[in-house]
Design a protein. Structure first.
Length: 183
């Protein structure tokens, strides 16, 4: 029986990052490095992406995000969208990560931590993969604004997951996201 093997060509990764950056300009491109850069190793992937001009990385898990930040240092932002506990929030802040916040209780944990956290507020636009429900969004944003005025957080962005299920559902999700941005 043959054994499956995956090889990642870091030169090709650099080419791909450059190509995506050119197509997305002037938007920043976030290179996802979750789960140990999809089992390819955070450090070599981050290094190659930095060489290609990447300035932003994102990981669902704290370990990958911390490793990416340590590799990138001040050359790039690193966003971690799935810290859950007060301890993880504190570690993320201590490591210089930007944190995804999609829950009112977690917002309070982040705001109570030492240091000012850069956060990205998450709205649930229909995928139901965490995030604040639209009917709770205005109150959630008002509370985040209170924390921001007090210097406990800085809102760096708003985000969501769009399911890519159908054009109709995606249009509804984008409309919900646009309403969230207005709020």
């Amino acid at each position: 029986m043959m054994r499956a093997e995956l090889r990642v060509d870091l030169a090709r990764l650099r080419q791909n990052v450059r190509a995506v950056r050119e197509r997305m300009a002037p938007a920043d491109v976030l290179v996802v490095i979750k789960d140990n850069a999809y089992a390819q190793g955070v450090e070599p992937v981050v290094s190659a992406a930095l060489d290609a001009g990447a300035t932003w990385f994102g990981g669902i898990d704290l370990d990958s995000a911390v490793r990416a930040k340590r590799e990138a240092g001040e050359r790039a932002r690193v966003f971690c969208w799935m810290t859950l506990s007060a301890e993880e929030a504190q570690q993320g802040i201590d490591e210089g990560l930007e944190l995804g916040v999609g829950d009112a209780d977690y917002l309070e944990h982040v705001a109570a931590a030492d240091g000012t956290a850069n956060v990205h507020l998450k709205i649930d636009t229909g995928l139901h993969r965490n995030g604040v429900r639209p009917e709770q969004w205005a109150a959630f944003c008002a509370r985040a604004a209170e924390h921001e005025r007090a210097g406990r957080i800085r809102v760096a962005g708003i985000w969501t997951h769009i399911a890519e299920a159908s054009d109709e559902e995606d249009d509804a999700s984008r409309a919900e996201f646009d309403r969230a941005v207005e709020i």
